[in-house]
Design a protein around this ligand. Structure first.
Ligand code: B12
Length: 211
């Protein structure tokens, strides 16, 4: 089994200049791209824990995030599948007040690999922007909403409410996710699905689109 220590350390300590070479080395050594990604995702959890214990601060957390993004860049072509079936459009965004996008971007990447055309609205997306995008995209049947902060879970609820209030709820299935989100919370706000990670998101998106 491949030893991911170097990959983990690079993300944890923000080796921005070296990460691409380190990830490439892992690939060349035969490590599975999904496993390299998994090691990086896990490390972001370690980074978050260190932040919580005041051992590191926002700038360090940001450098780790940028490092992970660069590392994902190397894996992107290897993770993207060759699924040519068109599953339609998938609108994706991180809710208002929330700037976290690594998880959302991974969801976008996996969903795209599953055959969807992803319309990424970015981060800090107001509920109205989701509504507008759905209205402007009648062939979109699945929407993905991400939130990483407990304080922005409310914005996720408001996003589902705004889509319903706009009369668009029957057009789309809504998937939600992000570290603080639980299946119970997803159900309580009327979302159609929750998945804990991007791989499962792609599988569930396909199921929802087929309904
Ligand atoms: C990197 C990071 C940052 C970076 C973000 C950079 C970026 N471009 O994304 C920066 C430095 C900007 C940042 C800022 C802040 N952060 Co921050 N951050 C993190 C950290 C360390 C990693 C997040 C991450 O990228 N994880 C890796 C990805 C791959 O995992 P993921 O996002 O969970 O996504 C996966 C799943 O959740 C799921 N998923 C995600 N979205 C979706 C969507 C759908 C539809 C589906 C189906 C699935 C799904 O699939 C993904 C892939 O498998 C987390 C720690 C943690 N444990 O989450 C803290 C964390 C989320 N941040 C935290 C905090 C407090 C903040 C700040 C408030 C700090 C501050 N004082 O300023 C600010 C808030 C800024 C804002 N308004 O958003 C806290 C939140 C605590 C809480 N209870 O709310 C955490 C938990 C750290 C901690 N332990 O204290 N942060």
């Amino acid at each position: 089994m491949f030893d991911y220590t170097t990959v983990r350390e690079a993300v944890e300590t923000g080796k921005l200049k070296k990460i691409e070479a380190i990830v490439q080395e892992a690939v060349d050594a035969g490590a599975e791209p999904v496993e390299i990604l998994g090691a990086m995702v896990e490390t972001m959890g370690v980074v978050g824990d260190k932040f919580q214990r005041n051992e590191i601060f926002v700038p360090e957390m940001l450098v780790s995030a940028l490092t992970m993004k660069k590392g994902v860049g190397v894996l992107k072509p290897l993770l993207a599948g060759d699924d040519v079936t068109s599953m339609g459009k998938f609108i994706l965004g991180t809710v208002a007040g929330d700037l976290h996008d690594i998880g959302k971007n991974l969801v976008g990447l996996m969903v795209e690999s599953a055959g969807f055309e992803v319309i990424d609205l970015g981060v800090d997306v107001p509920a109205e922007k989701f509504v507008e995008a759905i209205r402007d995209t009648p062939d979109c049947h699945v929407v993905g909403v991400s939130a990483l902060l407990t304080t922005t879970m409310e914005a996720m609820k408001q996003t589902v409410e705004a889509i319903t209030a706009a009369g668009l709820r029957s057009q789309v299935k809504i998937m939600v996710g992000g570290a603080p989100i639980t299946p119970e919370f997803a159900a309580s706000i009327g979302a159609d699905a929750y998945t804990p990670d991007a791989g499962a998101a792609a599988v569930v998106a396909k199921e929802l689109a087929a309904q």
